[in-house]
Design a protein around this ligand. Structure first.
Ligand code: NAP
Length: 329
């Protein structure tokens, strides 16, 4: 009996070690693939002539537009504000010599896709970056106290990914090549209380993306979900860059090195390490009131110290009573 118990314990121990070993291998694959098997310079251009980027007028989308143009692709930028699009398109054309086409569209609306389809007709699209997304509660709060933006959030964060993929994937399937990058978030890796709706929309993007990669891998198409944490953009009120908060251009440059590392990436080493550290915290600790209080208090203080337009936002949100009501930061 004692022997069986011993063997069972050894087996459990071995399984736990194996689990950690696999996690380590997955983690080191990150460095190793980048160092030993870098993508050839022609990789992105070999996917096709054009790259389509949603939410391209600013932040991460603008950085993708720039970087892919530098790597030899012509760019279709789709975003909400025409003037910003025109300005960025001009900058990119002058800096890189690539052609840039712009399409104005508001992804919170559902009737924009016919126009987008017409504008994309005849283009050989090799890369789609489903980047557009909105974050409707800058301050964490309970679901019933969030601003009522449910429909906009679903259209912008979920429908846009599905509908743009539908528009573009078929041609990639025919050509048997293509790259689709879907922008999720670290908040989509597991449920984030006090950020429940945003976290859930990003979890959708992650699941959709990973399932789609299984379906289309054999057809030569790479579909990867990107799950970063903090990047300095208008969405994060241009937080000061740091070890964790990346500049959009440096993040995009680094994340493009990882497109061949699998169906999922945090996009940069710092966020990959952070994700692994968070993953080590047992869920009963992570979801305890005490831990949540610590996380959100620190998060709030971080935002307060680092956000460039702090006062305005903090006064507005504190006026709304979100913070006082829902966590004791
Ligand atoms: N920043 C982060 O820390 C972070 C972290 C994880 C994941 N993400 C995800 O990364 C993606 C890009 O984030 P970001 O920080 O670059 O965003 P951002 O700074 O808020 O916006 C980037 C661009 O998206 C456009 N846009 C926003 N809503 C739109 C709409 N309804 N229709 C059309 N265009 C719209 C904006 O248009 P205008 O030019 O009109 O403003 C802007 O050009 C999002 O999916 C976000 O969830 C961001």
């Amino acid at each position: 009996m004692g022997e069986i118990q011993d063997q069972l314990l050894i087996l459990v121990g071995a399984l736990v070690c194996l689990n950690y070993l696999l996690k380590c291998v997955k983690f080191f694959k990150y460095f190793l693939l980048r160092l030993w098997n870098p993508l050839p310079k022609s990789f992105f251009r070999s996917m096709g002539e054009w790259a389509v980027i949603t939410g391209a007028g600013d932040g991460i989308g603008k950085a993708y537009s720039y970087e892919l143009a530098k790597r030899g692709l012509n760019i279709v930028m789709i975003s909400r504000t025409l003037e910003k699009l025109q300005e960025v398109a001009k900058e990119i054309e002058q800096a890189t010599g690539s052609h840039v086409k712009i399409i104005q569209a508001d992804f919170t609306k559902d009737d924009i896709y016919e126009n987008i389809k017409e504008n994309l007709q005849g283009l050989e699209i090799g890369i789609l970056v489903n980047n557009v997304g909105m974050f409707h509660n800058y301050f964490p709060c309970h679901f019933l106290n969030e601003p009522d933006e449910v429909q906009n959030l679903i259209h912008c964060n979920i429908s846009s990914v599905v509908k743009m993929t539908r528009l573009i994937l078929r041609d990639m399937e025919i050509r048997r090549k293509g790259l689709v990058l879907n922008m999720s978030s670290g908040a989509g890796l597991f449920p984030w209380p006090l950020c429940s709706l945003y976290s859930s929309t990003k979890a959708f993007v992650r699941m959709f993306s990973k399932a789609l990669q299984v379906e289309y891998k054999e057809k030569g198409i790479i579909i990867q979900v990107v799950t970063p944490y903090s990047i300095s953009t208008p969405m994060t009120k241009n937080l000061n860059p740091s070890i964790i908060t990346k500049r959009a251009d440096e993040f995009v440059k680094e994340s493009l090195d990882f497109v061949a590392t699998g169906d999922e990436t945090c996009g940069c080493l710092a966020h990959e390490i952070l994700a692994h550290l968070i993953d080590l915290v047992p869920s009963w600790i992570f979801y305890s009131d005490a831990f949540q209080n610590i996380v959100w208090t620190r998060c709030r203080n971080y935002l307060k110290q680092n956000s460039r337009i702090q006062e305005e936002i903090f006064e507005e949100e504190e006026g709304n009573g979100y913070i006082q009501q829902h966590y004791s930061g």
